[in-house]
Design a protein around this ligand. Structure first.
Ligand SMILES: [Zn+2]
Ligand SMILES: [Zn+2]
Length: 366
């Protein structure tokens, strides 16, 4: 399956609903299972274009897809896309060929789901942006385009008569128990490949490295999983692709920590700023800002930048950026600084440690 839904339908990203509908109608006819019997590739294509149509014909889903690159059935991009039966019925009037009739059950024919942990920075959480990751996964064999067959000839499985399933009867203390199992001869496909593809030995799969690029959803947090529907490993013999579950892990930032939708920094400032007031350049994820520290500020005082915090996931608005100040004590004073501090202490009537005592102490250390 191609990753881009617009490419699948062969339309531009600005295509109108009418253009999308027209493209889908043509492709659905072309790849319809009735017109392509026993052609797994066509069947997959048919499903893919139906899925693309389902999303792109719906304003809300299309908007989500444009934004997140994936769409959820319940309006959330963090769930998978819905089924295709409904739109099939809408277009062709009648039951979907993939409904309940088939021996090719979803499970048997679809690829596995995979989960990955994806590290992102706090800045990406705030500003969004693209992030890439590479996975080694089973993809459609290029030689046979996933069919598993050398020349696309297949034969009905005689063991299961093409049903893909066998009834099994077993004796138990409760009497006979009948169960249905996948046919071991054809692995549930109902057909046997006559000339297996040399490259993939009939599986239709080959391992390959693939690089994915996704847009980080603004406001996402560690532990939130985004489902990339149908982008995972391919299924055997042209089956549908599984999903990739991307679990986000937000790396610790050197300055900011996150508290819900707020960003918080504990900022050390010199004692002179605190006593006399200052206006400093303050770097945020939104560029440089002015930070005004009033005279007489104390440790623990907070300054708030409204709306410069973490964006709300899938909602409008952002939290705040809160700067909490800590007052730094000057160390390694020069003689001049020391004299000024002593003067200051005297002026304020504060009793400080006596000088001779300090002198002895430092001598001892030498
Ligand atoms: Zn192959
Ligand atoms: Zn069989």
């Amino acid at each position: 399956m191609e990753d881009d839904l617009y490419d699948l339908l062969g339309v531009s990203r600005t295509a109108s609903l009418a253009e999308i509908k027209k493209a889908y109608r043509e492709l659905a006819r072309k790849f319809h299972p009735d017109a392509n019997p026993n052609d797994a590739t066509a069947e997959q294509k048919f499903k893919d274009v139906a899925m693309a149509y389902e999303i792109l014909s719906d304003d809300e889903k299309r908007r989500q897809y444009d934004q997140f690159g994936t769409v959820g059935s319940a309006g959330s991009p963090f769930q998978g896309a819905g089924g295709i039966s409904d739109i099939f019925e809408a277009f062709f009037g009648g039951q979907s060929p993939f409904g309940s009739s088939g021996f090719r059950t979803q499970d048997r024919n679809s690829g596995d789901d995979v989960e990955i942990a994806l590290n992102i920075t706090l800045e990406q959480v705030v500003n969004g942006g693209e992030v890439e990751f590479t996975l080694k996964l089973a993809l459609e064999c290029e030689t046979c385009t996933g069919s598993g067959s050398h020349n696309s000839e297949s034969e009905l499985c005689s063991r299961c008569d093409g049903h893909g399933q066998l009834q099994q009867v077993r004796q138990s203390i409760l009497g006979q128990i009948m169960s249905t199992i996948a046919c071991p001869s054809c692995q549930g496909f109902g057909t046997l490949i006559m000339n297996p593809c040399d490259s993939c030995e009939g599986t239709g799969l080959e391992k390959a490295e693939k690089t994915f690029s996704i847009e980080v959803p603004k406001g996402v947090d560690t532990g939130i999983t985004q489902r990339l529907s149908g982008m995972g490993p391919a299924g055997p013999r042209g089956g549908t692709r599984g999903d990739i579950h991307v679990r986000y892990v937000v790396e610790q930032h050197s300055r900011f920590s996150r508290n819900g939708e707020n960003l918080v920094e504990q900022l050390w400032i010199p004692v002179t700023y605190a006593a006399l007031g200052a206006e400093i350049e303050y770097e945020t994820f939104d560029g440089m800002q002015k930070l005004k520290i009033p005279a007489g500020s104390r440790t623990g005082d907070k300054f708030r930048y409204s709306g410069l915090g973490v964006p709300r996931l899938q909602r409008r608005g952002r939290g705040d950026l809160i700067v909490e100040i800590l007052i730094d004590t000057p160390q390694n004073l020069s003689e001049v600084s020391k004299r000024l501090m002593i003067e200051l202490a005297e002026e304020l009537g504060e009793t400080i440690a006596e000088k001779p005592k300090r002198g002895r102490k430092s001598k001892k250390n030498e």
